[in-house]
Design a protein around this ligand. Structure first.
Ligand SMILES: *Cc1c(COP(=O)(O)O)cnc(C)c1O
Length: 381
């Protein structure tokens, strides 16, 4: 039975074991203060992240979803206003648009990087386009430098969904530009399984340049109050708590190292696929020229995907499908009038993608097991 030892898609307990002492000290420090909402830990985290991302300001909030909602609230969308986004993403990317009264417009993706395509974005721009909301999917940035100035010239706001891509970068104008520093607003999630996760829900908005915009978001997260009990507009309650901030400050110190470890895991998968002659059956993820992928997920395209997933499950290997139904095909968006065939690359990916186990602590021998099992499935072992 040892052949069938379970391999999870991620294992946070292994990560906690590596930082347990540091985390416990940080948590106890907060408990001693009995100060739990916002406050100095959150402010310190915001400073550290602003400097890491090289942006003017960051604003902690209650979740990645809320970071997107806060960003959309600043657009003051009117009925009929459009926000262009990808159909191949987590649901929150599009629901924040409709929540704030806008209309999502879906633009198709690049089947090799899985990211929304620049030409597709530009082809969907209309006089009603208020913002573009690309997602840096699975840990790889979209080449926003290709569209940034054109959008700016048309007065269209660029909001990056960085929930899966903290620490990813592109080289733009000879400099490292991290996700969340290129557009007008960046949105991050600290959901526990994200590359920088906390131990509950948490999120963050980054504002690269505009301090007025940053102050407005800061206000919106506390019910739109500038001074306490003085409400300039109607906001929401979306605060980061001090315990999460303290945990995140510890984990941020390790983020670069963990992201490097993820890259090593990715490289090893690719080497193993080649060694076992599997490249005619599986397509590994592609790292685009000029960028650093941080492999939030390691997503392959696989022939007979569903059968492969069942086979691996029967051998104790957990895999996941991100995402099985593109957003333009979701029931809740049927009123938008899309039909099957409208966004062929996203639809094809939904049928073919499979996320293999990916986390910094995944062992080489576990990866060898996974790839041997894949080889067995395709009759190559
Ligand atoms: C995780 C995620 C979110 C939402 O983050 P939560 O913290 O879970 O609310 C939004 N967009 C993308 C692409 C995500 O992966």
């Amino acid at each position: 039975m040892s052949d069938f030892a379970k391999i999870p898609s991620f294992d946070l307990t292994r990560n906690y074991a590596r930082v347990k002492e540091e985390i416990n000290v940080a948590v106890l420090r907060v408990l001693d203060t009995q100060h739990f909402i916002l406050g100095s830990e959150v402010e310190a985290l915001e400073k550290e992240l602003s400097s890491y991302l090289e942006v003017k300001e960051t604003i902690g909030c209650a979740s990645g979803t809320d970071s997107l909602v806060l960003a959309m609230m600043t657009l003051d969308l009117k009925p009929g206003d459009e926000v262009i986004t990808t159909p191949f993403t987590f649901f929150a990317t599009a629901s924040c648009i409709t929540r704030c009264g806008g209309t999502p417009v879906f633009a198709d993706v690049d089947p090799s990087t899985y990211n929304i395509k620049s030409e597709e974005i530009l082809s969907k721009v209309t006089p009603r386009t208020r913002a573009v909301l690309p997602v840096h999917l699975f840990g790889q940035m979209c080449p926003l430098e290709e569209i940034k100035s054109e959008l700016k010239a048309r007065g269209i706001v660029l909001v990056e969904d960085c929930a899966q891509a903290i620490g990813a970068h592109r080289i733009i104008g000879g400099r490292i530009a991290r996700s969340g520093s290129v557009g007008d607003i960046g949105c991050f999630s600290f959901f526990p399984t994200k590359n920088l996760g906390c131990y509950g829900d948490g999120g963050l908005v980054s504002v690269p340049e505009d301090e007025t915009l940053a102050s407005r978001i800061r206000r919106l997260r506390v019910h739109g109050a500038g001074e306490t009990y003085m409400h300039e507009e109607v906001g929401i309650n979306s605060r980061l708590d001090a315990l999460q901030a303290a945990i995140l400050r510890v984990r941020l110190r390790h983020l670069e190292g963990w992201n490097e470890e993820r890259r090593i895991v990715a490289e090893r998968y690719e080497t193993l696929f080649a060694e076992k002659g599997l490249l005619e059956f599986v397509t590994p993820p592609v790292e685009a020229e000029g960028g650093r992928h941080v492999f939030h997920q390691y997503v392959i395209r696989a022939a007979r995907r569903d059968e492969l997933q069942k086979f691996l499950a029967s051998r104790g290997v957990t895999t996941r499908v991100y995402y099985p139904l593109p957003l333009h095909m979701q029931k809740c968006f049927s009123y938008l009038g899309y039909k099957k065939g409208d966004l062929p690359a996203a639809e094809m990916l939904s049928d073919e993608v499979l996320a293999l186990p990916m986390f910094p602590e995944l062992l080489p021998e576990e990866q060898e097991r996974i790839v041997s099992d894949i080889a067995k499935f395709y009759g190559k072992a």
